[in-house]
Each structure stands twice: as C-alpha cells, then as structure tokens.
Design a protein around this ligand. Structure first.
Ligand code: FES
Ligand SMILES: [Fe+2]
Length: 453
C-alpha cells in the first residue's frame, strides 16, 4: 500500500474576532476594495484540463470584470491571457469554449494572435508610426498552473506558486487522483446575492438540520443525521495557515437509515451489497456499517477499479471531507465524488454572483450503483470530445440549481435582503461557524496588503 496522507497536519488557528457587518455584502466601495486587494492577488480555479484536450482548444471564463482565456499549447502546456485585444481593447473571443487552428482573430480590425499570445497579423502593418506591431505586441499573460486536473490562474505577477498557496490541500487531493475524475453534473446560474453569502454558507454545517432536514427548536440535534453526521461535537473542523478550511463529517451510516425493526434501508443497504456486505447482518447496529464499509472498500477497492483507495486513510473511504478554498471555492470530497461549489463576483454589482453547482465522479464509480455516491449526475449527455457533461446555464428563480443546493439558494437570496437592513447589527457567530470569521479576516488581510507568505 502506498503511503497514506496524514490527516493531522492542519494546525489550529486563532481568530481576531472583528465584526462582520451587512455592508460587506452590499457596498460598492467594499466590493472595489475586494477586487483590487484580493481577487487580483489570489489563485483562482477557472478551468478543467479535460475541457482542452488538443492544442488550440480554449476556454474563456469570467471573474468579476475580467475574462480569462485559457489555451492549450502545442507543447501540451496551458497558457492564460486576459481576453482583450491589444489594438484598441475589444475582447478577443466572445464564446466560452472553442478551438483555433492557427490564430485568434479580433472582430474589430482583424488583428490576429497565435495561441501562445503573439500578434502575427495586422492589416496595413506598415501604417503604424511606432513600427509594425507584429512580433512585438502580445496578449497579456497571467500566471497559470494545473493541479487536480483543474486550471488555476492568478492575476498577480508576484504570485507565489500554486502548491504553496494550496498548503495541505495539495497532498490530500493528489492522493484521491481527482485529476482523473469526470464532470457528471454542471448547473450554473447568476444569483441575486453577494459571492460571500455563498461561501459563508459552505463554511458551516450549522444550517444543515434547519435548511435541509426540517429541524425545529425542539429537534434533538444529535438525532438529526442525514447521509452524514453533521452534529458539531462529532465533526472535525480545521483551518489551514494558508486560509483554506476543512470540515470532516462522518458518513457511512445515519440514524435515518433503519426502519422500526432495525433493518438497514436504502441507499445504505444497496451500498453494503455493492461492497459485498449483507445488510441483514447489520440489523439493529447501523453504526457498525461505517467501519465495515471502510474495511470492504480497502480490501476490494483496488481490484474493482478504485485505485485511489490505496492512498487514503480509512476515514476518506466513508466520510465527507468538506473544504473551502480561499477565496471562492467549496467542495465536498467523498470517496468517489467531488461536489464542486463555486461563486464568482459580478463585474460591478456586489449583490449578484455567478454560482456553480457541479459534480465530478471517480471513473470506477461512474458505472456503479448511485448509492456509491451521495449525489450523482450521469454521463448520458456527456460531450463526446471531453467525456464530461457541458455546463448547463440556468436562470434564477425559474430553474432549480439541483436537489439540496436549491434549499441553500433560497436562503442565500433572503439573507442578502436582510444584509441591506440598517437593523442588522453584524453577525453573532458560534464556534462551529469560526471558519466564516477566519475567511472574512483573510479578505481584510488581503485588502490591507497582508498577503499570506
Ligand atoms: S480592437 Fe482588436 S483589432 Fe482593433
Ligand atoms: Fe446547505
């Protein structure tokens, strides 16, 4: 067995405890400070390598007022450019994906740039007093690296390497072989709320019983367990030096997964069977299924195609590892599912964001029963070229962003309204919401020019 990742490498963090008033979610001035101080200084996950299989393939993604063009190069690498023609500023491409055989041609005066960013054609090239721009003018390039199959960019010319920025995330995700996983669901929509409303929500599980399980003040918090155990005393919370967070919730069984006689119900029963275990043997003791599943997955996983099972600790075979990567990316990482939740700012409105609810699945799990993954998409409509489903751009409020997450979205929108009130005096956070405080402190650190080393 390969070396498994050590889960105890995340140190504890102190928070400073300053206030988080509502205008951080509504004010244009603060939105500007965030843009200049933070968004233009951080690594941003913007693309997926599988979307750009061949040289000349490109993907364009918006982030705030910028559009970033990512292009697969002849040598197999990827370069990222600001999507703006260096003649007189027209955007170079207007679609989100495409392929160029030899050049990107601007639709205004036909200046043409090669996939590596060099201008190699301009009409009437002899007519420029500063000299022929060809071979001289280039698209403006950004730092671009790949990790876990994703393409990350950073607008800061002084950016630290991505590996350093990601801290402990790097080893943990690498062991899971996330770069081989396929996108099986991709729902995206603009929402009428600030991007931090989304990230705050995914930085805590305090809302889960109320929003997702219909809990009330009289509900026993220990008894409310869905597919995962969200009880805070049994949840592990970590904050990395680099600003990223981790929350570990036990999975593999829950109080709702037996009937009155103690029989194991679906989807747990099907999951046990898939791993060669008999649900009847666990009658009346559902809590024993977690370790039994870990053992069965450890033993049978590699031969069933789950090669990553050899690299990870037992917890990662059953439990939900929920990460928030500063600044705008949250992911629930299961043994075979990568629930991708991202919020990007609007070009100029602090009260809107672009929200992605996507799902990636490990290759072995794609043909397996759905119960092997807590949520699943399907590959029936996958793009034959990329092997992944294309992004489904939906409209709020007409469309649903997808099960469960639509319940979060309903609260995002009402909470944003509350943040506008002069009657809101700032958040009052529980310890299990500490990651929210830390996130906001980090935003302020960036704004004040104190970037993590
Ligand atoms: S602005 Fe692009 S060619 Fe003129
Ligand atoms: Fe939620």
């Amino acid at each position: 067995m390969a070396d498994v990742v050590n889960l105890d490498q995340w140190p504890d963090q102190q928070t400073r405890g300053h206030t988080i008033p509502g205008n951080r979610y509504t004010s244009r001035e603060f939105f500007e400070q965030e843009w200049e101080g933070m968004w233009t200084k951080v690594w941003l996950l913007l693309g997926r390598e599988a979307q750009l299989p061949n040289p000349g393939d490109w993907q364009m993604e918006p982030v705030g007022r910028e559009e970033i063009l990512m292009v697969r190069q002849k040598d197999g690498g990827i370069k990222a450019f600001f999507n703006v023609c260096q003649h007189r500023g027209n955007p170079l491409v207007s679609e989100t994906r495409g392929h160029v055989r030899s050049r990107f041609v601007c639709k205004y005066h036909s200046w043409a740039f090669t996939p590596d960013g060099e201008l190699n054609f301009a009409p009437d090239k002899d007519d420029f007093p500063e000299g022929n721009p060809c071979g001289k003018v280039r698209l403006v390039e950004l730092a671009c690296e790949t990790f876990a199959g994703f393409i990350w960019v950073n607008m800061d010319p002084e950016a630290q390497p991505l590996k350093q920025f990601l801290g402990p995330i790097w080893d943990e995700w690498e062991a899971r072989e996330v770069h081989t996983w396929k996108r099986t669901m991709a729902n995206t929509m603009w929402l009428p709320c600030n991007w931090k409303v989304v990230l705050d929500n995914f930085n805590e599980s305090y809302h889960v019983p109320t929003v997702h399980m219909g809990a009330t003040p009289s509900t026993d918090r220990k008894a409310v367990r869905g597919n995962i155990n969200t009880y805070y005393k049994e949840t592990r919370f970590d904050l990395a030096d680099e600003g990223h967070n981790r929350m570990v919730m036990k999975g593999g069984y829950s109080t709702g997964q037996t009937d009155k006689e103690g029989n194991i119900l679906e989807p747990l029963a099907g999951l046990l069977e898939y791993w060669g275990l008999d649900p009847a043997e666990f009658k009346g003791r559902p809590e024993d299924t977690r370790e039994a599943l870990q053992e069965a997955k450890r033993k049978r996983g590699p031969e069933m195609g789950y090669s990553h099972y050899s690299n990870v600790p037992a917890e990662q075979l059953t439990d939900a590892f929920h990460y928030t990567l500063f600044p705008n990316f949250a992911v629930s990482l299961w043994s075979d599912g990568f629930h991708f939740l991202r919020a990007r700012p609007h070009p100029d409105d602090p009260e809107q964001c672009l929200f992605d609810n996507w799902w990636y699945s490990s290759p072995a799990s794609i043909g397996a029963p759905n119960s092997n993954r807590p949520l699943s998409g399907d590959l029936e409509n996958a793009n034959p070229e990329t092997g992944e489903v294309d992004v489904n751009v939906l409209t709020y409020p007409e469309d649903s962003i997808g099960p469960a997450i639509e319940e979060d979205v309903a609260v995002f929108v009402t909470q944003q309204r509350g943040f506008r009130s002069r009657g809101f005096k700032g958040v009052y956070l529980s310890n299990q919401e500490k990651r929210i405080r830390r996130y906001h402190e980090l935003i302020d650190d960036y704004i004040d020019g104190r970037l993590p080393k």
